[in-house]
Design a protein around this ligand. Structure first.
Ligand code: 5AD
Length: 433
């Protein structure tokens, strides 16, 4: 099973490489030694990560060629906008026209759209977002894996089930060897090309241990490694980059400073933003976003969240619904509905139509059984599969009843690929920079 299509190196210049995928040319950062035009490589997250023997690459490409074009055609068909415009809100209609002409929407315009509630207008917004996704990004969909290496946490985030406030939860810490073995298995057995390592905060490993884990994984498996250990300190961000980490998944959760302070006693938004800025400077691929439906959050805050993610140079937008956890101070808060999440995913596409990799989060899948299909048809184009060893999954209880709690990786992979193919999507991340 493979999550990336090999591409043929066309040109190499300074630290960049240009790669040909069935006629589409993409640019990536080259960190491979001795690469030459004509070589075949895998790229992920904008980085060349592995060189393949020619015969192997040609074999894989031959099996993809037909499927690739068939999927693109199906996607094109499904992303046509076939809704009559009659009865549409005038503002919605004008703004969708503007988006379709290639303009990115302003904050004021998005503030107007986020107030739209009726199904017909929302449907038009979702369809426009899907059309733009098809137009600019085509049918590629990133499928990353995530290993939740420890649920130990000393932060007191009031929405989170693994926060230090939850004394009912039994805590675990995977050993470095277990993390490395799991990562290698995820690459070799299931073919993942990108992997997130996540833990509570602070991660219960020294920075040298984390560096050693990343190095060892990189030595043994061609993986794009993303770290998600919270606010590890700016110097440590640099150390882990040097060890080989290339992505940072760090949500700012909410861009509203006051609400942030209320929900995160003892910490401040500014420090989180500093991490994201420093990571961008260092060359990390930025995956960030926030929670949708937090108590005290307004529509205006959500619009600010989207624009903050864009300002921070997010390559991947990670926005998911807040789901109240029974063992947290926010246990009794209300849950938002599917259409609010879809609206947000669509608005991300209208704000950053040409670049956004928009994640359909597991929290959204937990909220709604149609999250994946509807999300993919509303501008989203990426997934993260839970590859944590099954015995730990229930303990990583950030919110209750996670859909992936007991699912074997092989089954998740199969389901994902079947769904993607049914919608004309290719499970690829051909990495654009
Ligand atoms: N509902 C949904 N997502 C949550 N997270 C934490 N608690 C919850 C919850 N109750 C998310 C946070 C964090 C990520 C690891 O999990 O946004 O960044």
């Amino acid at each position: 099973m493979c999550y990336a299509i090999p591409g043929k190196v066309k040109r190499i210049e300074n630290k960049f490489v240009w790669i040909d995928y069935f006629g589409q040319i993409k640019k990536a950062v080259n960190e491979l030694d001795g690469l030459e035009p004509g070589d075949y490589i895998y790229a992920q997250g904008g980085y060349a990560i592995e060189k393949l023997p020619r015969h192997e690459a040609e074999g894989i490409l031959a099996s993809w060629r037909e499927t690739f074009f068939q999927l693109q055609e199906l996607d094109l068909e499904l992303s046509k906008i076939d809704l009559a415009k009659s009865g549409l809100d005038k503002g919605v209609s004008e703004l969708m026209d503007k988006s379709l002409k290639g303009f990115e929407l302003s904050k004021e315009e998005v503030n107007y759209l986020i107030g739209i509630e009726d199904d017909k207008n929302l449907e038009f917004i979702y369809k426009t977002a899907n059309f733009l996704r098809q137009k600019y990004i085509k049918n590629s969909c990133c499928v990353h894996g995530i290993i939740e290496i420890s649920n130990q946490c000393q932060r007191n985030c009031s929405y989170c089930g693994i926060s230090g406030l939850n004394h009912k939860l039994s805590r675990y810490r995977m050993s470095p060897e277990e993390i490395i073995d799991t990562a290698i298995k995820v690459s070799k057995e299931w073919g993942f090309k990108a992997l997130v390592l996540q833990s509570g905060e602070p991660a219960p490993y020294s920075i040298d241990e984390l560096s050693a884990i990343i190095k060892k994984i990189k030595e043994n498996a061609p993986l794009f490694i993303c770290i998600s250990f919270g606010e590890i300190g700016l110097a440590n961000l640099e150390k882990l980059y040097q060890a080989g980490a290339r992505g940072l998944l760090l949500r700012f959760e909410t861009s509203n400073q006051k609400n942030y302070s209320k929900l995160h006693p003892g910490s401040n938004l500014e420090n989180r933003i500093q991490h994201l800025k420093k990571a961008k400077e260092l060359g990390y691929l930025i995956m960030t976003g926030g929670l949708i439906g937090l108590p005290g959050q307004s529509n205006k805050d959500l619009v600010e969240d989207i624009f903050l993610a864009k300002e921070l140079g997010a390559e991947m937008y990670s926005f998911g619904p807040f789901l109240p956890h029974p063992d947290t101070p926010l246990a009794k808060e209300k849950v938002i509905n599917e259409k609010e999440v879809l609206k947000l995913l669509a608005l991300i596409r209208l704000v950053d139509p040409k670049n956004a990799k928009t994640l359909i989060t597991t929290a959204f899948e937990t909220l709604s059984s149609s999250a994946r299909t509807k999300g993919l048809l509303s501008g989203a184009n990426s997934f993260m599969l839970n590859v944590t060893p099954v015995e730990y999954r229930n303990k990583y209880s950030i919110y209750p009843n996670r859909v992936t709690s007991g699912k074997q990786v092989g089954d998740q992979v199969e389901e994902t690929i079947t769904l993607l193919k049914s919608l004309g999507r290719a499970p690829t991340d051909i990495g654009v920079v």
